[in-house]
Structures are given as structure tokens and as C-alpha cells.
Design a protein around this ligand. Structure first.
Ligand code: APR
Length: 312
């Protein structure tokens, strides 16, 4: 008998609440919003609030808010947002200690209740947190990845669409590497309706867009003042969940576990990958020019040092 998909959201804060809403709106399935006991009231409140919205929109998803992870058992997808967001002046790396402790707690629960789910990690510093959860929960390489590239490319695409006054739908972009200020937007491979981007914008303007993309998260942290971006990160993670649940086989930039691609082995790093019913089904390797490879190596060095700081 067919049944509705079940999506568990770990951490029902700003990003988690929006993920619940988007999953309902996209008719992806039922949603379990899980958070710690201390915020059980607001967690249940978010679920109830969204449930009441479904009447207006004619949606069938049902949400529950809970502090008991057993309610997530049998989930098809687990999206992990648990953690502390950045405050102005902080780097993602400043979050390592506090968020690693949270990921340890989440790993135990995932291992016990949802070992077969497709896991998407959002908590920062992203590349290290997805590495930690994969290792601590003992998940299969293809069943866990991190959300960063979809967000980073959507930021890049927005800035390009704005600069050229074109539909964002026709701006195609690719960002490789870690989810940090040395991520690698590959302008050589970006296009607007098939027209190479580098022929449409002068180098200095392109460089400014690359720089704004790299610092895109920080710009939002400054503007919000109390936390980090949440609408676009939620949408990005839901696009990845949708590709898995509907076996869309979209090719998206995600933090995937590499086994030799790009000269990297055993780390999670932002690369184009096909997401379908088999999870991370395939990683695509791009032939890079020397200066692009140098940028990628620099980004990987940062990821490796944050992973080393985790002392797993
Ligand atoms: N288990 C489950 N949830 C937890 C745990 C835990 N052990 N510890 C904390 N949380 C919850 C918090 O109670 C909070 O509701 O995680 C939620 C995080 O929500 P917000 O503080 O609103 O943060 P948000 O903006 O959603 O960002 C979450 O994503 O982009 C990253 O850097 C960001 O690491 C941060 C994460």
C-alpha cells in the first residue's frame, strides 16, 4: 500500500520551521518537527500553525512537533538543522565546538531510529558537521550529504540576474568546494541561457559577484543581527529532499563524500552530484584549469583543518 513520505526535521528553529512549511507546500509528505524539550512548546506551535495553514491551501501534509525522536522512526528523509547559528563577527568555524556536541547527540538518535533515511545536513560549519554525523552515526556514503552548494549557487545566480536584468531561471552557475569564504564559484562554466557568463560581464564585475557570493552568508548575518539566513537555506534543502523522494535525479552542488574525485578521499566537499532514489547516486568531476584547482585546494585545506579540529 502506498503511503505518504515522512520527513523528519531535526532542530525546529528558523530554518527547520520553514522546511516544515515548504515540505507541506510542495506536497512532499508528512513532517516531524523535532527539537529539544526546552522548546517543545514553540515546536508544537509551529507544527500546529502550519497544519492550520493546510486548510487554506488544500494540502494534505500533517505535521507534528515533538521532543521525542522516536516519533521520527521510519522517516524517509532526515534534515538536520540542529545547532547554533552565527552572530555578527563570527565565522562558521567559530561554531565548531558547540555544534559538534549537538551533532553527537543527533548522531546517536539517527543511528537508533532512522538509520536508513537519506540525511541532509545544514548545521555549520557544514563540511565538518556532515563529516561528523556520517562517521558518528555510521551512515552509508551515498545516504548523507550536506546542503551548501544549492544555496551558494542560488546566491550567485541572484546577483548575476540582478546585474544583467535577466530571469534568474536562465542563469546557470556552479560553485565548488567548502561552504566557507573560500568556496569556488566557477565563472568559466556559468552561462545565461547558454551564453557564457564571462562574455556578458567585465572581469571586475564578475569578481565582485564572486566575492559577494563567498561572503553571502555573512551579509545576511550582519543584516539580521541575531542569527543567519533561513528562507533560502530551507528552500535549498527541500529541493535536495524532493530530488531524493521523487527520484528526480537532479544534478545539484552538494557536500558529498568523495572517494578520490578531485584528488580528495574520505572528506565531504561541495561537488556536482546526482540526487535520486539511490541518494547521492553519482559525483561529477570537472576538469579544472590550474588557477581553479589552486582555489579548490585552498578551500579543501580549510575544510580539512576544521575537520581535524573536531577530534572525532
Ligand atoms: N537536538 C535537536 N535540536 C537542537 C539541539 C539538539 N541537540 N540543540 C539545539 N537544537 C535546536 C535549537 O533548539 C533550535 O531550535 O536547533 C534549532 C536551531 O534553530 P535556530 O537557532 O533558529 O538556527 P537556524 O537559523 O535554524 O540555523 C540552524 O543551520 O545554517 C546553519 O549556522 C546555522 O548551524 C546553524 C543551523
Amino acid at each position: 500500500m502506498a503511503r505518504r513520505n515522512k520527513i523528519a526535521v531535526v532542530g525546529a528553529g528558523n530554518i527547520g520551521g520553514n522546511i516544515g512549511l515548504l515540505c507541506a507546500e510542495r506536497r512532499l509528505g508528512d513532517v516531524v518537527l523535532y527539537d529539544i524539550e526546552r522548546v517543545l512548546g514553540p515546536t508544537r506551535g509551529k507544527a500546529l500553525d502550519i497544519n492550520q495553514l493546510t486548510a487554506v491551501r488544500g494540502l494534505d501534509s500533517r505535521l507534528i512537533g515533538t521532543s521525542d525522536f522516536a516519533d521520527a522512526a521510519g522517516a524517509d528523509v532526515v534534515i538536520v538543522t540542529a545547532g547554533v547559528p552565527r552572530k555578527p563577527g563570527m565565522s562558521r568555524e567559530d561554531l565548531v565546538e558547540v555544534n559538534l556536541a549537538i551533532i553527537r547527540d543527533v548522531a546517536e538518535k539517527v543511528k537508533t531510529y532512522t538509520p536508513d533515511a537519506f540525511v541532509i545536513v545544514i548545521s555549520n560549519p557544514l563540511d565538518a558537521m556532515v563529516y561528523a554525523l556520517h562517521k558518528l552515526a555510521g551512515l552509508a556514503d551515498n545516504m548523507i550529504c550536506g546542503m551548501a552548494g544549492v544555496l551558494d549557487t542560488s546566491r550567485f545566480r541572484f546577483f548575476v540576474a540582478e546585474a544583467l536584468d535577466v530571469s534568474i531561471e536562465d542563469v546557470h552557475a556552479i560553485v565548488l568546494g567548502g561552504h566557507g569564504d573560500d568556496m569556488v564559484p566557477l565563472t568559466r562554466l556559468c552561462s545565461v541561457g547558454g551564453v557564457p557568463l564571462e562574455s556578458l560581464l567585465p572581469r571586475d564585475q564578475l569578481d565582485a559577484i564572486v566575492e559577494r557570493t563567498r561572503k553571502g552568508g555573512g551579509e545576511l548575518v550582519q543584516l539580521y543581527g541575531t542569527g543567519s539566513a533561513y528562507f533560502a537555506p530551507a528552500e535549498a534543502a527541500v529541493a535536495m529532499a524532493e530530488s531524493y523522494l521523487l527520484d528526480r535525479k537532479r544534478v545539484l552542488p552538494v557536500a558529498a563524500r568523495l572517494s578520490g574525485q578531485y584528488g580528495i578521499d574520505g572528506y565531504f566537499f561541495g561537488v556536482p552530484a546526482r540526487i535520486g532514489a539511490g541518494g547521492v547516486e553519482k559525483v561529477y568531476e570537472i576538469e579544472l584549469l590550474p588557477h581553479e584547482k589552486a582555489m579548490l585546494d585552498k578551500s579543501f585545506a580549510s575544510v580539512r583543518s576544521v575537520v581535524a579540529a573536531c577530534k572525532l
